[in-house]
Design a protein around this ligand. Structure first.
Ligand code: NDP
Length: 296
């Protein structure tokens, strides 16, 4: 292996420490505690894990963390009423509705019901528009975490060729906007892209957000490129015992690491940064709501 491992877990710990420092100052100097409400509808096992770890991290940073759980068949009106209550609750500065929602709920309608100023996931149409036009917005946590790691590793990204694999609203598209904002030449690839390996081979930066275990292999990677693996895929791991599973990314770690200059592992790469950025966004939202200087 030749690549530098980008340690998202360690980086996230430094971000969380900074966030905790801001939270302590907000409490001491202004008597304000940033508050994050996380809403979970239904009992999707992966979503339950995410919500639990987000709530735990919120409390560890000294913030108010409140969890709301609705039944899988909760009517849309009930969810919209809860969001409206949270929009007007002065103790809550950030609202996150865990996706995906059960099929009977209209995800766009629900996300756009959140006050954009409290939309710490950055999925509200206003925040999407602000990001796309280079204005101050709430930036989606996963792409923001990826950008922070890339900036930390490279300094300037200006002029680099970046290929984002995946065009979802929550990862691929905002990631591409952020890389464009940092003056990369950006290609967005997806399931209809022709000759994907050849497209990826041109990239100085590869961001894989596909949801297909170990799809990207070392022979797709330009020597020395930086690989950011967003994918979280659970696969069978018979080597660990019967019925056991393990997490892998969208990139085949060993073969990519043999060629890349730097790579994020799964787990321990993008995942921890996503949660750290959620906490940072909540503090930012709290500062904006109170007319205070935002953390850098
Ligand atoms: P989506 O399913 O919404 O999007 C997947 C994208 O991958 C789509 O744009 C799709 O293309 C594209 N795609 C699918 N198959 C191929 C293929 N064979 N070749 C090229 N492109 C393909 O996923 P998300 O963006 O929500 O998530 C992507 C991954 O990131 C998942 O593994 C998810 O678990 C993980 N994730 C991790 C987070 C973290 O904190 N680390 C946070 C969020 C997600 P098309 O549009 O044409 O269908």
């Amino acid at each position: 292996m030749s690549a530098t491992i980008i340690d998202g877990k360690a980086f996230a710990a430094t971000v969380r420490e900074k966030v905790a420092g801001h939270v302590a100052r907000l409490k001491e100097e202004h008597g304000i505690t940033p508050g994050l409400a996380v809403v979970l509808v239904g009992e999707d096992p992966a979503s339950q894990v995410y919500v639990r770890s987000k709530n735990k991290a919120t409390k560890e940073a000294g913030m108010l963390g409140v969890e709301y759980r609705l039944d899988a068949d909760a009517p849309q009106d009930e969810l919209l009423r809860l969001i409206e209550d949270l929009n007007t609750n002065p103790e809550i500065h950030g609202i996150l509705v865990q996706l995906p929602l059960p099929g009977h709920l209209n995800e766009d309608l629900v996300i756009n019901a959140i006050d954009p100023a409290k939309d710490v996931d950055g999925f509200h149409i206003s925040n999407v528009g602000l990001l796309g036009t280079g204005q101050k917005s709430m930036v989606p946590c996963t792409p923001l975490g990826c950008l922070m790691m890339l900036r930390d590793h490279h300094g300037s990204l200006s002029g680099m060729n970046a290929v984002v694999i995946g065009r979802s609203n929550i990862v691929g598209k905002p990631m591409a906007q952020l890389l464009l904002g940092d003056s990369c030449t950006v290609t967005i690839a997806h399931s209809r892209t022709k000759d994907l390996p050849e497209v990826v081979r041109r990239a100085d930066i590869v961001v894989a957000a596909v949801g297909r275990p170990e799809m990207v292999t070392g022979d797709w990677i330009k020597p020395g490129a930086t690989v950011i693996d967003v994918g979280i895929n659970r696969i069978d791991a018979p080597e660990k015992g019967e019925g056991k599973t393990r997490l892998v990314g969208d990139c085949d770690f060993d073969s990519c690491a043999a060629v890349a200059g730097a790579i994020t592992p799964v787990p321990g790469g993008v995942g921890p940064m996503t949660i750290a950025c959620l906490l940072a966004n909540t503090v930012t939202a709290c500062c904006r709501a109170n007319g205070l200087a935002e953390p850098e």
